[in-house]
Write a protein that binds this ligand. Sequence first.
Ligand code: TYD
Length: 327
Amino acid sequence: MRVLVTGGAGFIGSHFVRRRLAVGDDVVVLDKLTYSGNLANLEGLGCDFREGDIADAGAVSEAAEGCEAVVNFAAETHVDRSILEAGDFIRTDVYGPHVLLEWARRSGARLVHVSTDEVYGDIPEGTTSRETDALRPSSPYSASKAGGDLQVLAYVRTYGVDARVTRGANTYGSHQHPEKLIPLFVTNALDGQPLPVYGDGRQRREWLHVADHSAAIELVLHEGAAGEVYNVAGEERENLDVMRRIVEATGADPSLLRHVADRPGHDRRYALDSSKLRQLGWRPEQSFEQGLEQTVEWYRANRAWWERIKSGEYRAYYARQYADRLS
Ligand code: TYD
């Protein structure tokens, strides 16, 4: 199968590319190489790489030539950055899917749109979100992703486009940009730097290993149905539990944990019901504890990969996001 993977130089996208190359697919990657896209993630893989923006119709039709399917990982994804500045989120997460949908409409190709559990907003203890639940996004990021999801569903209904949506939990594993909780804490802990806990740290997230997430997206590509949404759940943990495990696994000093000013609008809890995906045959293989240990080992062994990222644009972002909080 010839498949276009947008955002294929990013975290989940590059894992998915590796997986598709392993089954013999012809993979084209379209990636804008923003701060979070990283060509090192695709090194030596032998895919056809095109630098470009999903919001640019010309770049999309050129890259997509001859593809039977597109899997869209391209997105601005970090909640904290969306709170600082949301414009790029609207362009990439709302206008970008529109361009991909227009291309799918013209070509008849299939589209898998990768979204997030954050579109449901936070939910009370003891409940889980189902695919049919109302979308109540809290942050500029999750609102932009919800906008993309709704366009996909509208294009299926209006034009009969062959598109489907996945909504994944918090994903972790190797090659994740160190702005996100797990790699931020692991790399800071390895460097003996403070670990900023937003608010009381009692927020809850579901954690999904990137290999299990990629397998779910692959299943939806082949076995999912047009117009359907599929939740991809993880294992629920309180943030402080995850943070303490990282301190332990890295051998860092627990006093590095610092409670700092909370994120505005911070969602307390996400949890997904993914029985629909399980009915298609999906079963996660990685336990959180084991997956986290392996992830810590990867960051320990690949210091050059993350030190390069942390030395660039990241420094300005880190100062803007954390300097006041940690002072
Ligand atoms: P994050 O990785 O940003 O993912 P999301 O906001 O999409 O869930 O954050 C995961 C959780 O960790 C979230 O509840 C916010 C919290 N967090 C901190 O406490 N400190 C931090 O420095 C970061 C980045 C996140």
